[in-house]
Design a protein around this ligand. Structure first.
Ligand SMILES: Nc1ncnc2c1ncn2[C@@H]1O[C@H](COP(=O)(O)OP(=O)(O)OP(=O)(O)O)[C@@H](O)[C@H]1O
Length: 290
């Protein structure tokens, strides 16, 4: 197993000996990994391996049974996420997420969905008063900034032409990009995406890949994603971690992980003693392709 050890200054997220128990089920068992600042890190593994549970611990939906999750912001501030309520993880630690099932306001327009994401910022600018909302004080300029930011992300997500359409009318792939754009409007340091390519056709997957690459390149935002679509994982990730039955079985570059016998065995669901056989078969098939 190739552990990725980064310079401590480059580490954005550190998950240390994380365990999560549901009754008698150990869904996550002593799991540790690091995600580097500016990287796209993928968390993969067979169904039920514990990926979403890890996400839920990072984003505060679950409180882990054991372990530490620390987030180190660019400013040098450090947050222990397992101790924070979810709203503070979003607001202060600056972790944004999307879900396996799309959660947009489908009756609101595409633009409105991005403005709702900036609601907290706008309310603070209003001073929580009617006069503030009517444009006395910083609210007006903040509202203008919010629209500009929304337009910026609509352009990047290739949705600007649909700005005034109800979000529910968008094709599925476009709804996925809108969710990501909405998360980006909160200015996250870490963007957590739970199966962003689920249900996308190959063309939509390519557009998604481009969008995620441009987020990393243009904003430096770090991305942690759970994904089953290997064409997305292998194409865009800098670092891949593989979970099986709540435990880490591989950690490395996409290339390293792809050729790791334990990963091949986990995905094919074979017993340990059959792993060598599987690898020989995979190698044979690869030779045949060349
Ligand atoms: N709230 C919960 N209560 C009880 N068991 C749970 C809960 N959440 C998850 N589990 C169990 O924990 C294990 C890991 O589930 P999890 O959803 O994290 O896996 P996953 O890797 O995300 O799976 P998939 O790829 O199918 O989404 C499963 O056995 C699941 O049934």
């Amino acid at each position: 197993m190739n552990a990725v050890t980064a310079n401590p200054n480059d580490v954005l997220l550190k998950v240390d000996h994380l365990s999560m128990k549901f009754g008698g089920l150990m869904a996550i068992n002593d799991f540790s990994f690091e995600a580097k600042r500016g990287d796209i890190t993928a968390l993969i593994g067979p169904n039920g391996a514990g990926k979403t549970t890890v996400f839920n611990c990072i984003t505060g939906f679950y409180k882990p049974t054991m372990g530490m999750i620390s987030l180190h912001q660019k400013t040098g501030k450090e947050y222990l996420l397992e101790r924070l309520p979810d709203f503070r993880i979003t607001r202060e630690a600056k972790v944004a997420r999307t879900f396996q099932n799309i959660r947009l306001f489908s009756g609101l327009t595409v633009l409105e969905n991005l403005l709702v994401a900036q609601h907290n910022k706008l309310m603070r600018a209003s001073g929580y008063t009617i006069l503030g909302l009517l444009g006395i004080g910083p609210y007006r300029s903040e509202a203008k900034n919010a629209i500009e930011l929304a337009r910026f992300w609509l352009e990047k997500a290739d949705l600007i032409d649909r700005a005034d359409d109800p979000a529910g009318d968008l094709p599925y792939g476009a709804q996925r990009r809108l969710e990501i754009a909405r998360a980006m409007c909160t200015g996250p340091e870490l963007l957590c995406l739970d199966e962003p390519a689920a249900g996308l056709n190959p063309r939509e997957s390519l557009v998604l890949n481009e969008f995620l690459r441009s987020i990393r390149k243009d904003t430096g935002t770090s991305i942690l994603l759970i994904e089953h679509d290997m064409s997305v994982v292998m194409e865009i990730s800098d670092h891949v971690i593989v979970l099986e039955y709540g435990q880490k079985i591989a950690d490395g570059t996409p290339e390293e992980v792809k050729n790791d016998p334990r990963v091949i065995a986990a995905y094919l669901g074979v017993e340990d003693e059959e792993v060598e056989e599987v690898i020989a078969e995979v190698e044979h098939l690869q030779e045949g392709e060349h």
